[in-house]
Write a protein that binds this ligand. Structure first.
Ligand SMILES: *Cc1c(COP(=O)(O)O)cnc(C)c1O
Length: 411
């Protein structure tokens, strides 16, 4: 861990204050042309003394705009101080957590996992059309049936066909024979290029796909392909509790990754993360974006720099050891609940490195689903599964109440 370290609150506050002081101060510097300012002073009082003790709120009030991407080329000079904090977040995630070589990745804080996934698909679609003269109907978007629906949005927006790969009912792993058949069929139908979305923790199950399996089948059938990891849910868990893994940048097949700090990290909404190996993100350069200093290569335009600060603060408050300790608590609670379910003979899916328990709908009465707020795989009559996500607030005593009630009704 080179960038991820535990930093106490006073030191954090000092570093953030320094960063904010390197951003533009609209009061002191004449800027007639920038269509931005600090938050409206009539509404958001910026002289409150408690703001000095609250660096995140202070950065909200100062309202830095992190438009663009700050890991390559020029950036808006007005917000150079806090852009540096965002660069550090990108380094912590790509290098310390996902094992990239030093300075080998680009990245930015996106609105969420949806944007980061669409950004990836957009980037690879353009790579194939620009570098290989691919036609849209020669490009395929491939992902498992458990994949998040944002990937279907990407298929629709970018007008590329989606190929859904079935998974096994029990272990949620891709059905290898189906992958093989469907890819062979797509090849026959004229597809030559593939964009793969490989999951690191599916939303419903927490299941983790094997990117090497996709790579082997696509290479065998002569596809040109790129693999993006959707770690929106699992990115702050799986690669940390399972250091020996093939989902990071030390795997040459992995080209880009989505993470979502507003899920497990409990950051404010608007803190998705897009990471990619260098040399790729240029494919989504919008040449017409001439009023922005530097290259506009992100799907979102203006975005708050305070979001990067929030992610940075959470990571640096825990540090790698503190965060692992917290994750181990969540995994411990998950295991305790699974052991109880085993004793009751209730069927469920759980990845041992993840904090999601997905229970067969037919094994659980709907009264308990209501009472404990379990989430179905499909809202409507056809739910096959209900999930428990063991977050910070899901403590063992509530899980015990749940399994005790379940035991009473299953007798
Ligand atoms: C939540 C989630 C997304 C979408 O993220 P948003 O932040 O809601 O846009 C994408 N993929 C997975 C696996 C997710 O769990």
């Amino acid at each position: 861990m080179q960038y991820w370290k535990k930093i106490n609150f006073d030191e954090q506050r000092q570093l953030i204050t320094d960063a904010l002081s390197k951003n533009i101060d609209y009061q002191k510097i004449i800027t007639l042309g920038v269509p931005g300012s600090k938050l409206d002073g009539q509404v958001f009082y910026d002289q409150a003394t408690f703001l000095k003790e609250a660096p995140f709120l202070q950065s909200i009030v100062q309202n830095p705009n992190h438009i663009g991407c700050h890991t390559l080329g020029d950036s808006e000079p007005y917000f150079a101080g806090t852009q540096e904090i965002e660069r550090e977040v990108i380094k912590i995630l790509s290098e310390d957590i996902l094992k990239a070589e030093s300075s080998s990745c680009d990245g930015y804080i996106a609105t969420g996992g949806t944007e980061a996934n669409i950004q990836a698909c957009w980037m690879y679609r353009n790579l194939f059309t620009q570098e290989y003269n691919a036609r849209l109907d020669e490009i395929l978007l491939i992902a498992s049936e458990d994949t998040h629906y944002s990937v279907h949005k990407a298929s629709n927006l970018l007008q590329i066909d989606f190929l859904s790969i079935p998974v096994h009912m029990e272990n949620r792993a891709i059905v290898s024979s189906e992958l093989e058949n469907l890819v062979a069929q797509a090849k026959q139908d004229g597809k030559k290029y593939a964009i793969v979305i490989s999951n690191v923790g599916t939303t419903m199950f927490g299941s983790v796909d094997n990117p090497d399996e996709y790579a082997a089948v696509l290479a065998k059938h002569g596809f040109l392909f790129k693999i993006h990891m959707d770690a929106a849910f699992g990115g702050f868990i799986y690669p940390i509790v399972q250091r020996d893994n093939n989902i990071g940048f030390d795997n040459p097949h992995v080209s880009s990754v989505t993470l979502d700090a507003h899920k497990m990290l409990q950051a404010p909404y608007g803190t998705g993360v897009f990471l990619s190996r260098k040399g790729l993100i240029q494919h989504v350069l919008t040449k017409e974006a001439k009023y922005v200093n530097g290259m506009d290569i992100t799907l979102s335009g203006s975005r708050s720099g305070a979001n990067a600060i929030a992610v940075w603060m959470i990571l640096q408050t825990y540090g790698p050891h503190g965060w692992l300790e917290k994750l181990n608590t969540l995994l411990y609670r998950t295991t305790v609940c699974c052991t109880d379910l085993d004793q009751l003979g209730i069927r469920y899916y759980r990845n041992p490195q993840m904090n999601i328990i997905t229970i067969r709908a037919s094994d659980i009465p709907s009264s308990l689903v209501q009472e404990f707020g379990l989430v179905p795989d499909s809202h409507g009559d056809s739910s096959q599964w209900y999930k428990i996500v063991v977050m910070d607030h899901v403590q063992i005593d509530v899980l015990k109440q749940f399994t005790e009630k379940l035991s009473a009704v299953s007798k």
